[in-house]
Design a protein around this ligand. Structure first.
Ligand code: VGL
Ligand code: ZN
Length: 177
């Protein structure tokens, strides 16, 4: 079976959010279309404690974002929640990045339980959590398709999105628009 993994489609990664990805909310409509066709949909949420190690005040690279229980950590309001079968929170350990939806979560077990052999992936951000999740899915032995038009990148450095796509292709990930 095939599963759709929606990575971190959360308020803080959309315009107006604490770690806004340029044009981040543009992924919502294409994601709703993908979700309508998908037999099984998992949405991950970046969900950090207040003192997460990735925050600048702890010496990390990012502004405070997606704090557990905050509005910023909620899924985007236009994401059609009825289409999401399971929501998985990640990034809860204060001392670990938690970029990948497979890191310290039930995701791999859940996919195996549902006999998933192929995952479609979309969401935010292409050059961080989408990339890390897709690479871990490959490591778990899954076929992986990233829907590029339903992702946006942070691009801390210009070219990060293209480099992420190259890295994904090299790992055997199929990239489709
Ligand atoms: C993400 C930076 C920090 C992401 C999460 O969802 O791509 N990026 N935390
Ligand atoms: Zn984060």
């Amino acid at each position: 079976m095939r599963a759709l993994i929606l990575v971190d489609v959360q308020n803080d990664f959309c315009p107006g959010g604490a770690l806004a990805v340029p044009d981040g909310d543009a992924v919502v409509e294409p994601i709703n279309r993908l979700a309508r066709e998908a037999p099984f949909v998992v949405a991950t949420r970046d969900c950090h404690p207040e003192d997460h190690g990735s925050f600048a005040e702890q010496g990390g690279p990012w502004p405070v974002h997606c704090v557990d229980g905050s509005v910023g950590a909620e899924l985007h309001p236009r994401l059609e929640r009825d289409l999401v079968d399971v929501v998985l929170d990640k990034g809860q350990a204060p001392d670990r990045e938690g970029y990948s939806g497979f890191e310290a979560t039930e995701l791999e077990r859940l996919l195996r339980e549902h006999d998933v052999d192929t995952v479609d992936i979309a969401g935010l951000a292409l050059d961080y959590c989408v990339k890390a999740t897709a690479l871990d899915a490959r490591r778990a032995g899954l076929n992986v398709v990233v829907h590029r038009g339903a992702t946006r990148a942070v691009e801390v450095k210009p070219g990060d999105a293209e480099r992420a796509v190259d890295e994904l292709r090299a790992a055997g990930v199929e990239i489709v628009e």
